[in-house]
Unconditional design. Structure first.
Length: 264
């Protein structure tokens, strides 16, 4: 992710394992958790396990997912490694669907946007970590100012008061509604074109489990829109197969999206 710092270079957390004839390096951590889990991103494979799980069980878990690991690592290699935002003068970053250039100077802490230039000033401009933090804080403020009126508008449409709105650092979800009635949205929405914001509606709740062992909650039915079509995502099973797999020969996802967009 653009604003994600690389993992700490801790030699003790680095392990190697032979998977499908390939030596795979991975980062390993023991944490206070119930299950083992795998994650793969631009930094490679990471393995997490409960504090007291024996190593032979961890090794067996990783080997059992060898095909999935190799396939995902190859996908990342094919896609190319994204360059994280470093906070250097002259860098560009996405904002509202366009690219803006970063200009860093000495002065009081401030961020201003002029045309396609994002001007950042702070007492120590050579401190790139401080530049990153200041830009992230500014993006959060911009996201809140942009989306707060939208939240109030749609709350009024259904006869409700505007809920409390917070901006988070979420990486894998654009936003969540809490049990207490508040809404938390990711500041990464600031990277999107304004017309693409607020184009996803979720209904219901279901539990999922990836082949990696990761578990979580997601919507049972999800509607998402882009410029050309509306997509419907259904999390359900028919005779122990996901509906998307069981019906793929009769209703293609692209065909369904086109029909919905046409008002069928």
């Amino acid at each position: 992710m653009l604003f994600d710092a690389p993992p700490a270079d801790d030699a003790e957390s680095r392990r190697h394992m032979l998977l499908a004839g390939r030596v795979v390096e991975f980062r390993f951590r023991r944490r206070r958790r119930r299950t083992m889990g795998l994650s793969i991103n631009e930094h490679g494979l990471a393995v997490a396990a409960p504090l007291r799980t024996p190593w032979h069980e961890i090794e067996g878990f990783v080997r059992a997912h060898a095909r999935w690991i190799i396939a995902k690592l190859e996908q990342w290699v094919a896609a190319g490694r994204p360059q994280p935002f470093q906070g250097h003068c002259g860098e560009t970053l996405p904002l509202a669907g366009a690219r803006v250039m970063l200009e860093v100077s000495t002065g009081r802490c401030a961020v201003t946007l002029e045309d396609a230039r994002l001007k950042v000033s702070l007492p120590r401009p050579e401190n790139h970590g401080a530049v990153r933090a200041l830009v992230r804080h500014w993006l959060k403020t911009q996201t809140l100012e942009l989306l707060a009126p939208r939240v109030a508008h749609y709350a009024a449409r259904v006869g409700l008061r505007a809920p409390a709105l917070g901006i988070s650092n979420a990486r894998t979800q654009w936003g969540v509604c809490t049990a207490g009635g508040s809404i938390r949205l990711s500041f990464r929405l600031a990277h999107l074109e304004p017309e693409l914001m607020g184009t996803t509606i979720g209904y219901g709740k279901c539990r999922f489990r990836y082949a990696s062992g990761r578990e979580g909650d997601w919507y049972r039915i999800l509607l998402s829109a882009n410029r050309k079509s509306v997509s419907v995502h259904v999390m359900g099973q028919d005779q122990e197969r996901y509906l998307a797999e069981a019906r793929q020969e009769t209703v293609a996802a692209a065909d369904l999206a086109r029909r919905l967009a046409a008002g069928a």
